[in-house]
Design a protein. Structure first.
Length: 325
């Protein structure tokens, strides 16, 4: 009888161990979308550097908002999000932890006006197409505030970001808010249109990061450190003049553009080295810190009823993995 019980117990233990091993063997699933700071992952994917580093990762390509929806639905272990949108996803769907800062937007996010509108102040009483509640909305409010205006001075029209070029061209709105490549498409599609405000006017307003589930981070911290290590290998490859062209070629192919057409996008995206990124991951106020920038985003989200209660900013940020590189 005792022998039978021992065998049963041993079988249960073996089954649990096998189940745990199978779970550990599952690849990390990361969602990414069409933004230069996330498209750069493609360099490491094509070069098979994750395999060399000994970490099993699967990258899944989405439209931006769809990637956040997939993460909130538990289909991904991590996803590329802005710091402000990570708070939105956490408050309304699933919490995440920012473990890697890819870049900050340095001009690729734009308020683009139709011909005849020369400044933000000229938007008074006009219709603006923007994806309400997301990062473009924050950029617009920042532009209005800097020009002594508020949201009440314009009429917002809720438009998915990837549809903004066509909506501007149709004449349904007088201006749009979009990021590359949609912003660039709008400028080409509407002759005479121009950017009247960009993320370069407020560096640090929009940080782009790899955000992962707290559960995955706790269970597989060493694997996430390997992911970060590979990311900085890709950054070095992109920034090295000897390999920049090849890196841009890889990135451009991912989004179906010619490398010469894609390369200018990198000027509007400040992809950060490890040393640079670590400076922004330190606690501080204002836009020069991920903590301060996220607090500003949180205030914006609550004020605009994107969600009700302020979020615990510190819970969303873990700079320790980067500091250990």
């Amino acid at each position: 009888m005792k022998t039978a019980i021992k065998r049963l117990f041993a079988g249960l233990v073996a089954g649990l161990m096998l189940g745990s091993m199978a779970q550990a063997a599952e690849p990390l699933k990361i969602g990414y979308s069409d933004w230069p700071g996330w498209v750069a992952w493609e360099i490491a994917i094509e070069k098979e550097w994750f395999k060399e580093e000994g970490v099993d990762v699967v990258f899944e390509w989405f439209d931006y908002v769809a990637s956040m929806d997939a993460y909130a639905a538990g289909k991904l272990d991590g996803v590329g999000m802005t710091n402000g949108d990570a708070l939105v996803t956490g408050a309304t769907g699933a919490k995440s932890v920012m473990i890697l800062m890819n870049d900050y937007s340095n001009g690729n996010d734009m308020v683009i006006a139709a011909p005849g509108i020369g400044s933000v102040k000229d938007l008074k009483g006009k219709k603006v197409g923007v994806e309400i509640g997301f990062v473009g909305h924050l950029l617009l409010l920042n532009a209005l505030e800097k020009n002594g205006m508020t949201e009440a001075d314009v009429e917002l029209v809720n438009v998915p970001t990837n549809e903004t070029p066509q909506v501007l061209a149709s004449g349904e709105v007088d201006a749009i808010v979009a990021w590359q490549p949609s912003s660039g498409q709008a400028l080409k599609l509407v002759p005479g249109s121009k950017a009247i405000y960009t993320s370069a006017d407020e560096p640090g307003l929009i940080y782009d990061l790899l955000c992962v589930s707290p559960e995955s981070l706790a269970a597989r911290r060493d694997d996430w450190k390997k992911v970060i290590k590979v990311w900085y290998r890709a950054v070095d490859y992109l920034k090295d003049p000897k390999t920049t062209d090849d890196a841009v070629k890889i990135m451009a192919a991912r989004v179906g553009l010619d490398p010469a057409e894609y390369k200018p996008f990198l000027k509007g995206t400040n992809i950060l080295t490890l040393e640079e990124a670590n400076k922004y991951m330190v606690k501080g106020d204002g836009f020069t810190s991920i903590y301060g920038s996220s607090k500003i985003s949180d205030d914006f989200n609550v004020a605009n009823k994107v969600y009700e209660a302020p979020q615990p900013i510190d819970d969303y940020i873990d700079p320790s993995l980067m500091s250990e590189m």
